[in-house]
Design a protein around this ligand. Structure first.
Ligand SMILES: [Zn+2]
Length: 209
């Protein structure tokens, strides 16, 4: 009886892992593909004054496309604060995106999604608490969850915990958002994730109606 060689075992493992990633990639589009994100990606929640994401949210990595969030699962926050660190060479848009212009000051607010607990995500990974970084002043979540937020019930954290980065649960790409040690909720930068490609998005909407 011959035992499989180590090379055979490695080959089998490699075949297995590549096939598990070879799934039909959803046709997704970056935030920049939407000329008017405020109307194309955001919708009134239908109850109360808050706004929510109106399409599904996917991992930004080409060829991954893991589903991160269902439509209407995140509450939209507007902010002027660039929260996530940016490194040249990262796949994410630079901090000055979209470029601000004085005439369009209101249109250049940054959009973040607040998700009240890990269970409201479809798939998400959390990094270990990052002791080396503090978020810039004014970052959503630093002062706790805004009162009046319909989903804030039961959230006691005040953002004093260490930062934890949100990453794709499938391929580890990130950060696409942040959370805090000891706090349930998370925030996703809407510029760092992907959405159904515009044609697919309208088809999805029509299907709902
Ligand atoms: Zn991914």
């Amino acid at each position: 009886m011959t035992r499989p060689s180590q090379a055979d075992i490695y080959a089998a493992l490699a075949a297995q892992s590549s096939s598990s990633f070879r799934k039909p990639a959803a046709p997704t589009a970056p935030y920049s593909a939407f000329p008017d994100p405020s109307s194309e990606l955001i919708t009134p929640s239908g109850s109360g004054p808050s706004r929510v994401n109106c399409t599904r949210v996917y991992c930004p990595r080409e060829g991954c496309g893991s589903l991160i969030l269902m439509d209407r699962a995140g509450e939209v926050l507007e902010s002027d604060v660039e929260v996530l660190p940016y490194h040249t060479g990262s796949p994410f848009p630079p901090p000055n995106f979209p470029p601000s212009s004085p005439e369009k000051a209101s249109a250049t607010k940054l959009h973040y999604l607040y998700i009240p607990s890990p269970f409201h995500f479809e798939n998400i990974g959390y990094s270990r608490p990052d002791k080396s970084m503090a978020l810039p002043p004014g970052s959503p979540g630093l002062q706790g969850v805004p009162s009046g937020s319909g989903q804030s019930k039961g959230v006691e954290g005040n953002g004093k915990g260490k930062v934890k980065w949100l990453i794709c649960a499938e391929c580890d790409l990130g950060p696409v958002g942040w959370g805090f040690e000891g706090m349930e909720g998370g925030w996703v930068d809407m510029r760092r994730v992907r959405y159904p490609a515009p044609a697919a998005a309208s088809a999805e909407k029509e299907k709902e109606e």
